[in-house]
Design a binder for this molecule. Structure first.
Ligand code: SF4
Ligand code: SF4
Length: 450
């Protein structure tokens, strides 16, 4: 039974919809005691998960129920911010009505960043500390994003992942959250939000903290959560364009060793041996790095707190760590940091970053608007004429095309599959049409009347 559920989730192409894109079936391991649904949505401006929890509560809970069964878990917990009042009420209502079968709870999070970081979330909601460099399953927990749970519920109905919920916000005329086919061009999404309200503009895919600047011609993938339009000269856009060489140069010239980057680092506050001020000191001194200064890069999750919030000079230990991580990967150096007996710092409760202060620090307070989920989703779907589906959209093996150019495909049909036994999920056609290209991305064009 459990294997059947896992295979159904794999075949539907379900991956973490919240950023990482890890294949969900591979997380469904025996031994999990708790399935924790991550509804924190802690990146400023994003609005997908809180609205799914409010409007698609039944499906999210159904997905959670499936995950609990697949893992043989004892409990399911939905963690979301207390400030998502309507969603909290709806989830509690359905659970109290018995929709959960009695084994589910709600945990209300504070309004801080990064409440949705897996290590932070598991500690906040369950009081468990995941070891350094470790996974939630090491403390008996499987974490799944809200939209991932929603997709698991659809998978049980035989419906693969062909659509994505995306918040389109920032400097657009009408911020919205939409459900669109995977593969639609970002520039087409901008039209759904009334178009950019500024010129020239730049686009961030993801949240303001962990997202990246993208070309609007790029497609929406299974992990796209937000599209944020900003004036091209917005300070955050300049920050997104910074590189590790610029970060090192700034560290050399102005780092004053105040330690704010270390004192506010969310992983450090959980007890991880991560001290970003030491890497900026090493860069500044020009001396050879000590081994522990280098390998602590493994513990950095690029949350952006050190550079976007903590450092008075805007120095980015994060970018320096990213560069070190690349070098360590090339040299195949394993992560030596695996401490499990971690003690959160006493000051932790006072050092969480309030979301509103973060918004102001990022210069985004003028863009803090609702982005309502558009009800008439089907009409949006019909307007899409072409989709571009990168073969690599998730962690694991890259699926290989199983259709050819010129072939007609139907929405939901498998168009690329991973080799047997490899970690990975198949890719499905997100619209019906004719295949125009198969690699490195698949292009499907709608022909005639649908
Ligand atoms: S916060 Fe900035 S100035 Fe202070 S130690 Fe860290 S990098 Fe240096
Ligand atoms: S980006 Fe900075 S604050 Fe975040 S985990 Fe890495 S070192 Fe810590």
């Amino acid at each position: 039974m459990t294997e059947g559920l896992k295979e159904a989730v794999r075949m539907a192409g379900v991956v973490g919809a919240g950023g990482g894109g890890f294949p969900t079936y591979a997380k469904l391991l025996a031994g999990a005691e708790v399935i924790l649904i991550n509804g924190a949505e802690c990146e400023p401006l994003l609005r997908v998960d809180q609205q799914l929890l409010r409007d698609e509560t039944g499906l999210v809970i159904e997905g959670l129920r499936t995950l609990v069964r697949a893992c043989g878990a004892r409990r399911g917990v939905i963690a979301l911010k207390a400030k998502y009042k309507e969603a909290v009420l709806k989830v509690k209502e359905l659970i109290s009505r018995g929709a959960s079968g009695g084994e589910f709870d709600v945990f209300e999070l504070g309004d801080f960043y990064p409440a949705g970081d897996e290590h932070v979330l598991v500690y906040e909601a369950l009081g468990k500390i995941i070891p350094e460099g470790g996974l939630p399953i090491q403390v008996g927990v499987v974490v799944a994003n809200v939209e991932t749970a929603y997709n698991v519920a659809l998978a049980m109905e035989g419906r693969p992942v062909v659509e994505k919920f995306v918040t389109v916000t920032g400097a657009v005329k009408n911020p919205v959250t939409v459900r669109v086919p995977v593969g639609v061009a970002i520039r087409d999404l901008l039209e759904l939000a009334g178009g950019p309200a500024v010129a020239p503009f730049a686009v961030i895919e993801g949240g303001p903290m962990m997202g990246r600047e993208v070309d609007p011609r790029e497609p929406v993938t299974k992990t796209t959560k937000g599209i944020i339009v900003l004036p091209a000269d917005h300070p955050l856009i300049y920050r997104k364009r910074a590189n590790s060489a610029a970060a090192a140069s700034l560290a050399r010239t102005v780092c004053m060793q105040c330690r704010f980057c270390t004192d506010l680092c969310p992983r450090r506050l959980l007890g991880h041996h991560l001290e970003p001020h030491r890497i900026t000191r090493a860069v500044g001194s020009g001396r050879a790095f000590a081994p522990e200064e280098v390998t602590q890069a493994f513990l950095c999750v690029s949350c952006g707190v050190c550079d976007y919030f903590a450092c008075p000079h805007g120095i980015s230990p994060r970018l320096i760590f990213n560069e070190i991580k690349k070098i360590l990967a090339q040299k195949k150096v394993p992560n030596p940091h695996r401490a499990a007996d971690l003690q959160p710092e006493e000051m932790r409760r006072w050092r969480k970053i309030p979301s509103q202060r973060l918004l102001v620090r990022l210069g985004l307070e003028d863009y803090e608007h609702p982005a309502p989920l558009i009800a008439d989703r089907d009409s949006l779907m019909r307007e899409v004429k072409t989709v571009t589906l990168p073969l690599k959209q998730a962690a694991g093996a890259v699926p290989k095309p199983v259709v050819r150019p010129g072939e007609r495909v139907e929405k939901g049909q498998v168009i690329a599959e991973v080799p047997a036994g490899s970690l990975g999920v198949p890719l499905h056609a997100s619209i019906s049409g004719v295949v125009r290209k198969v690699s490195p991305e698949m292009v499907i064009e709608k022909v005639g009347k649908e």
